[in-house]
Design a protein around this ligand. Sequence first.
Ligand SMILES: [Zn+2]
Ligand SMILES: [Zn+2]
Length: 432
Amino acid sequence: MDNSILQMASSILSEGSICDHCMGRIFANLSTDLSNDVRGAAIKLVLSMEADRMRQESGSTEWLEKLSASSKYARKVLGKGGYEDTCWVCGNLFNNIELWVERVIDALSAVEYNSFLISTKMTGLLSENEEILWSESGTRFAEPIKTELNREVGKIIEKRTGKKAQLRRPDVVVVIELENDKVRLDINSLFIYGRYRKLVRGIPQTRWACRICGGKGCEECGFTGKLYPESVEELVSERVIKAFNATGTVFHGAGREDVDALMLGNGRPFVLEVRGAKKRSSIDLSALQQEINAFASYKVEVSDLEYVDHSKVKQIKEMRTDKTYKLTVMLEENIPEERLKLCSNKLRGVITQQTPTRAIHHRADLIRKRSVRSIELESFDENVAVFIVTCESGLYVKELISGDGGRTTPSLGEALGIYAKVVGIDVINIKS
Ligand SMILES: [Zn+2]
Ligand SMILES: [Zn+2]
């Protein structure tokens, strides 16, 4: 046979019986608007015709015998009836496609989703057989078994559920585990954007593990595993996990304030990543917002909740916007108000800041330049001053006051020539 497709096809017949799907898949990238089994059956038909031609012209049935395990046409010529063997490549995997469809439908019935993707985890034997198939045939037009199975199951699921198969970030991935003979769901996270206000002090943004036990639970932390009993994350996510029937959340904040700082004004942007959500589309976020605020009453308040995609996490992590703080500052000694105003005015402009001593163990020791946009003395009584400071994102404001032993310059302490320290800090605005 001089035809190269037939040459490739016939060269694998010596390995044993092969099904229409596996035969067709060797040439999957030729005439692509056919399904593999149609393509495979056509090739087998032509091969059988060719073998029958040889029989009629030369009397040799050698090729018909070779073909008979795979081709019903060859068997018919030989008078062997319609029986076909098990495919040596896939073990007749594609005869079970309806079974897999049923399992997938059953698994999907436990979750809410709009888009899905079928993914197949191969067995070692199947991968090996596929490799042999490709090298024996010498094909350059094949597609992998799992691609065909994913597509064929996916097409039926689309038809039966009306939901869409989607390659990029589907709501749920259904994994067909051939080795374990079962299906598994991988539910993709969903993302909710919002802003939070923190109305009481002493609450960290996210859960902090106990320093003694590292989160396992010990006497020191009252067996909670936590350094603080609650966090903004926990106060927000409690209701979210319930509403979405989720397995957990990850809190992505646009920066964070100190544990003892309030977060006021229009709030700090965040994205809550909801993991393993079995409910998705039916949750009304404005009702959920009310529920969260009732649950976290007078401690944390959320607003502007909306569904976003995963790219928003990166976006808010990279957000660089000006922030306004209310700083309560304790001065070493009482000084004239005029002098305090004069000295604080010197802080407007570019500040040179070396990584603060308190942050040096978890940040690189670098010199950064950040601007103070404005600084206003709001009140002054004895040796306690309250300032409203607006500065560029990334400026450490505590050090703007103390000077951090000369690592931040200029600073209020340096300008006044006395010791100055922040004793209260609130974020009162984060630019939208
Ligand atoms: Zn097969
Ligand atoms: Zn502990």
